[in-house]
Design a protein around this ligand. Structure first.
Ligand code: FAD
Length: 385
């Protein structure tokens, strides 16, 4: 490989550039990014940036020292064998990294609708979160909960509309989600409620009711940003289909980060994880694979969310129906663990209990079994269960 093109200048893209250079790759690297910003981290956008505690979250990297040609504000439009077509012309490659991330799903309607994906989105939204503003947030998932946290803190009148029976129901199940419902104090939380459209001045619910709003934020999920690959000779299914080495079906091509659905050896299924830790760490494997090394990406996936003053952390991968055990009461610090049929730890979700997270992640990695009777006592540390 002599000429690498990296499409997508988010965390996964820039980390892959770093990893290629760290492995001694001396060829040419072009990094193409739709946004005009240099690479930045997204988690702070719905936290420090929205709170007004920070204005930017640039990744601490030196693009000049990495000797990368960074084309900002340039989009890839299509892919042919050996050629990426961009809004600024064609780029030839003999190694390709697809790191285009994901993009928010929007709802129908002509009214102004905010999403929160980019630094520009965060600045735009922040300016509107003023005391007394009526803010309607659609979706009580990770992003919705974090935006609600910021809006309540800014003194807005906040309504959260969720289609499911509890917050976070889609992400971690309604039973766990219901435990977080008490955090929505002072917020008009409407569950089992579907939005029909976002209109001028508010949102129209299915059934006809209109909810007034100065600001509407849609946080109903993202989809992998792979539309530009339609028509290319590459397997796409819920993102770019890659093997455990993060190699795509097209030769000399890897995909990494939010856009990649990789084969997990550990869980024997394909996973697409839309979280920071994957964008941070998978690039090591993507770079190595592109350079012909034989390494696999086989993590215990991890993410966190900071909402309503709580630190929520999750590690692992669980299936619906796996045995769920709580450690601690919902009013305080608690965690939940999922056990497989043979009592191995499948996943852990910790609320303000970082030690459970750290120990749980190690236990999952090692494949240890746990004693369900001891687990229910939050005083017994996980590693002693
Ligand atoms: P992205 O960050 O999406 O970067 C992809 C880049 O590619 C984008 O800049 C995009 O503009 C560009 N691009 C797309 N298409 C093209 C194209 N055709 N041509 C050129 N460029 C293109 N995760 C956590 O674990 N914890 C958190 O607390 C957390 N908070 C978050 C808060 C917010 C507001 C958001 C949006 C995400 C959060 N995440 C969090 C998720 C985490 O930020 C993502 O998993 C991570 O950003 C994925 O990185 P990526 O590089 O794969 O994709």
């Amino acid at each position: 490989v002599n000429e690498v093109v990296v499409v997508g200048a988010g965390l996964a893209g820039v980390r892959t550039v770093e990893a290629l250079r760290a492995r001694g790759f001396g060829g040419r690297i072009t990094l193409v990014g739709e946004e005009r910003h240099r690479p930045y981290d997204r988690p702070p956008l719905s936290k420090a940036v929205l709170f007004g505690d920070a204005d930017t979250s640039y990744v601490d990297t030196d693009l000049a020292a990495l000797d990368v040609e960074f084309q900002a504000g340039v989009s890839a439009k299509a892919l042919r064998k050996g050629v990426v077509e961009t809004t600024e012309g064609e780029l030839r490659y003999d190694g390709l990294v697809i790191a285009t991330g994901a993009e928010p799903i929007r709802l129908p309607g002509d009214g102004p609708q905010h999403v929160l994906r980019t630094l520009d989105d965060a600045h735009e939204l922040r300016a509107m979160l003023v005391p007394g503003a009526r803010v309607v947030i659609i979706g009580a998932g990770w992003i919705g909960a974090e935006v609600a946290t910021a809006a309540r803190r800014a003194g807005c009148a906040v309504t959260v509309i969720e289609a499911g029976p509890a917050p976070l129901a889609t992400a971690v199940g309604a039973e766990i989600g219901a435990r977080t419902q008490r955090w929505y104090d002072g917020i008009d939380l409407r569950l089992d409620t579907m939005v029909d459209s976002v209109d001028e001045g508010g949102v129209r619910l299915v059934g006809g009711e209109f909810v007034d709003a100065h600001v509407v934020v849609t946080g109903i999920g993202v989809r992998p940003a792979v539309e530009w690959l339609t028509g290319a000779d590459i397997d796409l299914h819920n993102g770019v289909v890659v093997d455990e080495h993060l190699r795509a079906s097209l030769p000399n091509t890897v995909a990494v980060g939010d856009c990649a659905a990789w084969w997990s050896r550990r869980w024997q299924t394909r996973l697409r994880v839309e979280h920071w830790d994957t964008a941070l760490n998978a690039p090591e494997v993507a770079a190595a694979s592109l350079l012909g090394e034989d390494v696999a990406y086989d993590p215990v996936p991890y993410f966190w969310s900071e909402q309503f003053g709580h630190m929520v952390q999750y590690a692992g991968h669980h299936l619906a129906g796996e045995r769920l055990i709580y450690r601690g009461e919902p009013e305080g610090k608690w965690s939940a663990v999922w056990l497989t049929a043979d009592d191995a730890l499948a996943a852990v979700l910790a609320v303000d209990r970082p030690r459970d997270l750290v120990q749980g992640r190690r236990i999952i990695d090692a494949g240890h079994r746990l004693d369900a009777e001891r687990l229910v006592d939050p005083e017994v540390s996980l590693r002693d269960c």
